[in-house]
Design a protein around this ligand. Structure first.
Ligand SMILES: Cc1ncc(COP(=O)(O)O)c(C=O)c1O
Length: 355
């Protein structure tokens, strides 16, 4: 299978499995797991935050952040299509009694600064208290510009809001950052503006499980309580933290390979009649398929051992377990399907006497 549905589908490498086997373990609810502690220290140091907390998932990490920043009856400003609003089961409202204030985003995932400013509510008993601005980077593969990050977070601070970054694919954003410098310097440049950042190890970094929330000691102490309440207090989770540490050591720079493969795929798709590449940034490619043939294309690909997601717009994600030969095979299958469709459509038209 060439599985391009998501970068979450990766299998741990043999070396990662060895690191997991060799990890010293303890009960992390007692704070006793040396591997979890090492990971938390490492990711806190990478992001330049005082502390970090290992989490079972990105969803739980974001939710703990929202619950640590906001109280019952508070609200957070968030993109209409941001993961923390649209794709996390409404957890902030359901479990945190926190009201989302979703705003429209542009094609890069940015909310207009003027919209953010006018969404911040005055202190008045009629309104929820606006407490937090939540951004996502990368968003649908787009790495946000430094200018936008600086301006949006400065605006939030000016109004007394805290700032959280859903950095599920933070390292993809850093690798794609054109301003240069070592990758870890670029990470710092992105997250320096934020009070908290959630990072996923189980996406492009290729670990099987796990995320981390990074922030001040005070914020992480609150998040620790919410993680326990949400059932995320794990025991010998060093076996998972070891995979994340291995990923930080070995799978960060190679994200550039995933980005190059996404470009290879996008360039091949551009030449196929009936397809329009809507965006191809970092490791995610979105393609529109003419005449509503997206679902049929997905089905045809599945038969040929290629998996993707979507309906009208299809999504292809590159990752650790895909190589150039896999991308070329996917392109061959897509090209073949689209040519057949075009031929059949033309024959239909000829038969119906249209030309
Ligand atoms: C941008 C973003 N944030 C958060 C998450 C949530 O991560 P998890 O699936 O580990 O809960 C995802 C998952 O795909 C994501 O894409």
């Amino acid at each position: 299978m060439i599985d391009l549905r998501s970068d979450t589908v990766t299998q741990p490498t043999a070396a990662m499995r060895e690191a997991m086997l060799a990890a010293p373990l303890g009960d992390d609810v007692f704070g006793d797991d040396p591997t979890v502690n090492a990971l938390q220290e490492r990711i806190a140091q990478i992001t330049g935050k005082e502390a970090a907390l290992f989490m079972p998932s990105g969803t739980q990490s974001n939710l703990c952040a929202l619950m640590a920043h906001c109280e019952r009856g508070d609200e957070y400003i968030v993109g209409q299509n941001a993961h923390t609003y649209r794709y996390e089961g409404g957890g902030a409202a359901v479990l945190g009694s926190i009201q989302p204030q979703p705003l429209m985003q542009n094609a890069q995932g940015e909310m207009a600064l003027a919209d953010i400013a006018s969404a911040i509510k005055p202190i008045d008993c009629h309104f929820a208290r606006t407490r937090l601005l939540a951004l996502e980077n990368t968003w649908n593969g787009h790495a946000m510009s430094q200018d936008y990050l600086v301006q949006a977070t400065a605006l939030a601070r000016q109004h007394g809001l805290a700032t959280h970054l859903d950095g599920a694919r933070l390292f993809n954003a850093a690798v794609a950052d054109a301003q240069g410098g070592a990758v870890m310097e670029r990470v710092r440049r992105i997250v320096d503006h934020f009070d908290s950042v959630s990072v996923c190890f189980s996406k492009g970094l290729g670990a099987p499980v796990g995320s981390a929330l990074c922030g001040s000691r005070e914020l992480i102490a609150k998040a620790l309580r919410w993680r326990k309440v949400l059932g995320g207090g794990l025991r010998q989770s060093g076996v998972l933290a070891a995979a994340a540490l291995h990923a930080l050591d070995h799978h960060v720079d190679r994200l550039a390979d995933d980005h190059a493969l996404a470009q290879r795929l996008a360039q091949g798709l551009q030449g196929i009649e009936g397809l329009h590449v809507r965006s191809a940034k970092t490791n995610i490619v979105f393609v529109e398929v003419a005449d509503g043939r997206g679902p049929a294309l997905l089905e045809a690909l599945k038969v040929q051992g290629v998996l993707a997601t979507g309906l009208i717009g299809l999504r292809f994600v590159t990752h650790l377990n895909v190589d150039a030969a896999g991308i070329d095979h996917a392109l061959d299958c897509i090209g073949q399907f689209m040519r057949e469709q075009t031929r059949e459509a033309a024959q239909g038209l000829v038969r119906s006497g249209v030309y």
